[in-house]
Design a protein around this ligand. Structure first.
Ligand code: AHR
Length: 506
């Protein structure tokens, strides 16, 4: 057992929190759209074919902005295929996921669904097979209120008012050799700059995300960011980060250090962006859109890829990337959310990849139920409880050695402070030792001028860390009361090995 001490000082502020950090991502991939959010004929489907049980779960999850329609998919996508009468829409081959896209769901349908779930649209344009002109076309169709051929078509398709999309991604993972239209940093940087300038001429209010690296381990990581930002610094607001984590070789302790890897990724990209700013003698700060992050069992033990879509032919909505998450995954996931909040000053947008059926917190069966995966709990609790501003919570609990990352803190925490109260999020990353955490609240109590009490506390932990929720056993894993208490300005909570907790004080 470890004795852990921490201090919650409200003046140790990181920044206010942009709610867009609790975003999601919906790609035309596998059973995400078809048989996921959209299943006409399902007993819970509404008049438009959207599953209301899924809508309820997405609302409960609490996702702010949702990135759409990809992902790798967008780099071969013709957005016009998804507008107009559904019966006239073409079936197309989706080369990214070796599937057939029916185009039954497009911009209008997805925007309707977003209204039902109460989330905001973030669009990605295709800079793989397409370029500046098509980006301008979809922007004009979506955002213009002028009278033009595109806005006439939008009105004829049932949406006279603009969709008013603020955030736009300039392509997807253009550094990745797997990407259709993959480019080197110079070629992509020039195209992104030219496209961004033109998009701003059409709509100066857009916020633009340029592609960063699709992982910290990419061979071009670092030089990609520098070159791309040298071309686009004046034209964009955000640079993207993408990162997926998984347990390899049964080494749970190493996997539990994933938050440190994410922190190093963010801090490196910030350093590069600020270096480019310095060379340009600019005060402008490029923010990070961490617009793909999650646990994903992408690789098998031999280093190969787990999902092989090409082995299934060209099916409609095949079962792809349907990872089943266990309690250990959810604890690492909770730590990734702590890490995002610890960098709230520069991570102003993030998208959990993805939402339904595809590496997702929500699973469905065709004609059957929808249920919560283990990762649902840390996301929904953090999204609901983390408001206002983020505050550092230094913890002294000792370290363990990670093969890849060196010395790693056993316990990691962050707090948020809003008008009504304070939330503490904490993870015990040790696979062997529980931690008795005592948090000194005296700076908080002094600043407030009154004492605080625990109003809710949630613990995510399973003695069997590989326990998961499944179709047969959808409620096997959940959260329980963390039994946190406050006595004489000290918050006390016991954290079993491999656990995550959220505690609300008021
Ligand atoms: O989220 C799954 C895939 O991961 C996305 O399509 C792609 O952008 C990334 O490589």
């Amino acid at each position: 057992m470890t004795d852990a001490t921490a201090r919650l000082d409200p003046y140790n502020e990181i920044s206010d929190i942009d709610r867009r950090v609790f975003g999601g991502f919906v790609e035309h991939l596998g059973r995400h759209i078809y048989d996921g959010i959209f299943e006409p004929g399902h007993p819970a489907a509404d008049e438009s074919g959207f599953r209301t049980d899924v809508i309820d779960l997405v609302k409960e999850l609490g996702v702010s902005t949702i990135r759409y329609p990809g992902g790798n998919f967008v780099s071969g996508y013709r957005w016009e295929d998804g507008i107009g009468p559904v019966e006239d829409r073409p079936r197309r081959l989706d080369l990214a996921w070796h599937s057939t896209e029916t185009n039954e769901v497009g911009l209008h349908e997805f925007s309707d669904w977003l209204e039902r779930v109460g989330s905001e649209l973030m669009l990605a344009v295709n800079l793989g097979t397409r370029g500046t002109q098509e980006a301008l076309d979809v922007l004009e169709y979506s955002n213009s209120s002028a009278h033009t051929a595109w806005t006439d078509r939008r009105a004829a398709n049932g949406h006279p008012e603009p969709f008013a999309v603020t955030m736009w991604c300039l392509g997807n993972e253009m550094d990745g050799p797997w990407q259709i239209g993959h480019k080197n940093a110079d070629d992509y940087g020039k195209l992104a700059s030219q496209t961004a300038k033109a998009m701003r001429m059409l709509d100066p209010g857009v916020e633009l995300v340029v592609c960063g690296s699709s992982g910290r381990g990419m061979p071009t990581f670092g030089s990609w960011e520098r070159t791309v930002l040298e071309h686009t610094f004046d034209d964009v607001d955000f640079i993207s980060c993408h990162s997926y984590y998984q347990e390899m070789g049964g080494n749970a302790q190493e996997f539990l250090a994933s938050g440190v890897d994410m922190a190093k990724f963010i801090e490196s990209v910030v350093a590069i962006a600020d270096t480019v700013a310095a060379t340009k003698k600019s005060e402008k700060r490029i923010m990070i859109s961490f617009d793909e992050w999650n646990i994903w069992y992408l690789h098998n033990e031999e280093g190969g890829q787990n999902d092989k879509p090409e082995e299934q032919g060209w099916p409609v909505a095949p079962r792809l990337l349907e990872d089943q998450y266990h309690a250990l995954d959810a604890v690492v996931f909770g730590d990734l959310m702590i890490t995002l909040l610890q960098h709230a000053d520069r991570v102003r947008s993030a998208s959990l990849a993805q939402l339904v059926n595809v590496i997702a917190p929500i699973m469905t069966e065709p004609g059957g139920p929808a249920w919560k995966q283990t990762t649902f709990f840390p996301f929904s609790l953090t999204s609901r409880l983390a408001n206002g501003r983020a505050v550092r919570v230094p913890v002294d609990a000792g370290t363990f050695e990670s093969d890849k990352l060196g010395s790693v803190d056993k316990v990691n925490a962050v707090a948020t402070i809003d008008e009504e109260g304070v939330s503490l999020f904490v993870v015990n990353r040790s696979v062997t030792e529980s931690a008795d955490l005592r948090v000194d609240l005296s700076p908080l109590v002094a600043a407030l001028g009154r004492s605080v009490a625990v109003v809710e506390s949630h613990l995510l932990h399973e003695d069997d860390m590989y326990a998961a929720n499944t179709l047969e056993s959808p409620e096997r894993v959940g959260v329980r009361d963390a039994s946190a208490s406050v006595d004489s300005d000290t918050l006390t909570v016991s954290l079993p090995a491999v656990s995550w907790a959220a505690i609300r004080l008021a």
